[in-house]
Design a binder for this molecule. Structure first.
Ligand code: ATP
Ligand code: MG
Length: 399
């Protein structure tokens, strides 16, 4: 963007000018052309100056601020408005957007994030940030209708394999109540999807990137909330935005899920190009796997988009691979053996594809990753533009 953003700051409440100056970065990206306390006075200044942007600062719910934003937007609809508030009580965020503001941030917030929100609002008004026609990356949803079948094992090792192969890969932990990807990958939950949900405002790639944690393999991870009671803050609407943003910034997106077809799992299936179904070699798990596959078919998923992974595939329980084919109606693509190093690798927070890359289990995960890289994201993106068959969803690749 050419030159600093010239921001006029309008303050409601007892926040002083110095505090506001300290909220912004000192790299010259934002130039404050005036800090005026008292909205009546700001109103006069607003008519006399031509700032790039209006920054409204308030302390929680403020009818005066809402009225001011509404009038300012009516007076000059092209001028973006961003709101900083020390708290966002119920309904305030919605009212702020209704009054015509572009974004709202709740303090405390990092100076660079505030500057970024301002730049984004200005760029959007200038038409510079219109992101249309972006090719969306494949998104692979790892499913297993029953608990403990190895979904987290598969999603972490698949995602790390793709990242190690040099692909920009993201992993989303959608097990919102009991997600354990952080433990499985040895990551500290400094930021989680709960913090993203709490941040308010609109979501785009740069904002999402600030909530990702990088694994040593290069994998970018969006962690699940650290406490089960935080799960309800993550709405399906937010998830839809997260999936789209993630798919526009990566080569591959992997989603780990909780057992069952919960609303968030269904939203992930809807947004996915591929499903990876994980089953185990016992009759209950096979029955559930078959039911899961049937459910996907009812949802309009084509068989070609579903990879079947059989975990603990060498367990001597009297069920042969042929039996599996008869029960499920198709052969699994990938077999993952039982390996005593797997629980150890989970406990150490080092995925087996890193801990022992030549083990049979690691090779199975690499084989699974190759299944997705054979075609490659560019080809996938192209195919994604194709119209879906009548009655089928707009899924992407390989038919
Ligand atoms: N092939 C295997 N060999 C040895 N241990 C395994 C294997 N697969 C999974 N496990 C162990 O079983 C446990 C459950 O695996 P995992 O957490 O991946 O299952 P899940 O399907 O994600 O479970 P949940 O439904 O609870 O999320 C883990 O502790 C893992 O170490
Ligand atoms: Mg799991």
């Amino acid at each position: 963007m050419a030159g600093p953003i010239q921001a006029l700051v309008a303050v409601d409440g007892g926040i002083d000018g110095q505090t506001i100056q300290a909220l912004l970065p000192d790299d010259g990206a934002v130039e404050i052309v005036g800090i005026i306390t008292g909205l009546e006075e700001s109103w006069r200044t607003l008519q006399e100056t031509v700032p790039d942007l209006l920054l409204v600062v308030c302390e929680g719910y403020s009818d005066r601020a809402l009225f001011f934003i509404d009038s300012a937007v009516k007076q000059q609809p092209d001028r973006p408005v961003v709101v900083l508030t020390t708290g966002s009580p119920n309904g305030f965020v919605r009212r702020v957007f209704e009054s015509g503001a572009d974004d709202i941030l709740t303090l405390p917030e990092l100076p660079e994030r505030i500057a970024f929100a301002l730049e984004k609002a200005v760029a959007r008004r200038r038409g510079a940030a219109v992101a249309s026609g972006i090719a969306l990356a494949p998104m692979i949803c790892v499913l297993g209708p029953k608990g403990g079948t190895g979904k987290t094992l598969v999603s972490t090792n698949l995602a790390v394999s793709l990242a190690l192969a040099g692909h920009r890969t993201a992993l989303i932990d959608l097990d919102l109540q009991f997600g354990d990807i952080g433990l499985a990958l040895g990551l500290r939950p400094d930021k989680t999807i709960y913090d993203l949900a709490q941040s308010g405002g609109s979501l785009d790639e740069d904002k999402l990137a600030a909530y990702l944690i990088e694994h040593s393999s290069g994998l970018q991870v969006l962690l699940a909330p650290t406490r089960p009671d935080q799960a309800s803050a993550v709405t399906v609407d937010l998830l839809r935005d997260v999936f789209t943003a993630m798919r526009s910034m990566c080569d591959y997106v992997i989603v780990d899920t909780p057992p069952g077809f919960t609303p968030e799992v269904i939203s992930a299936i809807d947004a996915s190009t591929d499903v990876c179904m994980v089953g185990m070699l016992d009759s209950l798990s096979l029955k559930n796997t078959k039911l899961g596959l049937e459910t996907l078919e009812l949802m309009g998923y084509e068989q070609g988009h579903i990879a079947l992974v059989l975990n603990r595939a060498d367990t001597r329980v009297g069920i042969t691979h042929e039996d599996v084919e008869v029960v499920i109606g198709r052969a699994p693509e990938v077999f993952i053996p039982s390996d005593r190093d797997i629980p150890i690798s989970v406990n150490d927070g080092v995925p087996i594809v890193i801990k022992d890359e030549r083990s049979e289990a690691a090779r199975a995960f690499q084989q699974l990753a190759e299944r997705y890289t054979e075609i490659g994201p560019e080809e996938t993106a192209k195919e994604f533009e194709l119209e879906p068959e009548p009655g089928k969803r707009r899924f992407a690749w390989r038919s």
